[in-house]
Ligand binder design. Structure first.
Ligand SMILES: Nc1ncnc2c1ncn2[C@@H]1O[C@H](COP(=O)(O)OP(=O)(O)O)[C@@H](O)[C@H]1O
Ligand SMILES: [Mg+2]
Length: 334
């Protein structure tokens, strides 16, 4: 039996992924208890208030988190997966699972992430970044640059998740509405050329020398022109995960290599799920999720389960990785 720790599991949060996060947190807490740890269930309300057993928490920078060895922020989206909560945990000087401040923020911002990946020569779709101000100032010019991408395009708020606010635009006449919708979520929007092929996901685990899972394929019940929208993500039966993904040996190798490369370039730690578009042997990176859905039936765990690492074992390793990183970072001089 490994060491017994006290672990605070954070769930909920201010983003539209509040409920999804609560489901992740429940599963994580269950798995950690199964592994023999003591768990504090911390629920972050939609108002941002942190509570444990109904009592408001009070934490002070520099004072650690009394009684807690490791924090597991099972939070998705803005104010959870974007570096903000990670910043608070850094100020508390407590070990926590997953990416740090910068990597969390970089992976949350689809524009910054793409710019970073392209500087590393990592293959991705063509895209245009666009601010609400640019759109208001010169719609004709903006429409022209977007038209260069061809159709369809995907219009997305730069810093959101779970497909919220994303539109697939098949006709230029639909562009203004899609942009207007995206700008209600974020003043920064990314417009992407549509990638051909299928969607493949690969789980990554580790700090400096991460391991990868067998890649899995996202199969949508809705078929061809469908994309992985909010409904497909959260309606039972709308998506089937096929493991291993039905792709060529070369594509499989590229997915796994690019998953580690993207993880390392973004400066991730602990875990991430790397998402791809695969068409024949062509592999394009779509995004990294630094805190992917984490229930027993979420893709992240299922891919490792298919690769011989159980859900509980995954949690154990993540706790160990969090502690290792915290100890190492404490050793640096500032
Ligand atoms: N460039 C693209 N080409 C084809 N499909 C896309 C593209 N961008 C997004 N999609 C579809 O939209 C889904 C959500 O987009 P994604 O960028 O992963 O946002 P989120 O962070 O909300 O998951 C993808 O899983 C895919 O089905
Ligand atoms: Mg995605």
């Amino acid at each position: 039996m490994s060491v017994r720790h006290t672990i605070a599991v954070l769930g909920g949060g201010r983003s539209s992924e509040h409920e999804i996060s609560l489901a992740s947190a429940r599963s994580v807490a269950g798995g950690l208890r199964e592994a023999g740890h003591r768990v504090l269930d911390v629920e972050i309300g939609r108002d941002g208030v942190w509570r444990e057993s109904g009592l408001e928490l009070s934490l002070a920078p520099g004072r650690g988190w009394p009684g807690v060895d490791v924090v597991f922020p099972a939070l998705h989206g803005p104010f959870g997966e974007d570096g903000t909560v990670q910043g608070l945990l850094e100020l508390l000087d407590v070990a926590y699972v997953g990416a740090g401040v910068l990597a969390s923020a970089v992976c949350m911002d689809k524009v910054v992430f793409k710019e970073l990946m392209s500087s590393a020569g990592i293959p991705q779709v063509e895209y245009r970044a666009l601010t609400a101000r640019e759109w208001e100032l010169d719609r004709t010019r903006v429409t022209g640059t977007i038209a260069e991408l061809g159709l369809p395009v995907f219009v997305k708020p730069a810093r959101l998740g779970s497909s919220v606010g994303i539109a697939r635009v098949a006709e230029m006449s639909e562009l203004a509405v899609a942009l207007g919708q995206a700008f209600t979520h974020d003043p920064l929007v990314i417009v992407e050329a549509a990638a051909p092929g299928i969607e493949v996901e690969c789980s990554v685990l580790g700090n400096d020398d991460p391991i990868v899972s067998e890649p899995g394929e996202i199969l949508l019940a809705a078929g061809e022109a469908a994309w992985y929208d909010y409904e497909a993500k959260y309606t039972p039966g709308a998506m089937q995960l096929v493991v291993p993904a039905r792709i060529s040996g070369l594509a499989r190798e590229r997915v796994q290599t690019l998953a580690v490369e993207a993880f390392t370039r973004a400066g991730c730690a602990g875990l991430a799920r790397a998402d791809f578009f695969v068409d024949g042997d062509t592999v394009l990176v779509n995004e990294l999720n630094t805190m992917p859905g984490f229930t027993q039936t979420s893709v992240y765990g299922k891919l490792f389960d298919a690769s011989g690492i159980s859900y509980v074992e995954l949690l154990e390793r993540l706790v160990g990785l969090a502690r290792d990183r915290h100890i190492r970072e404490r050793g640096y001089r500032y």
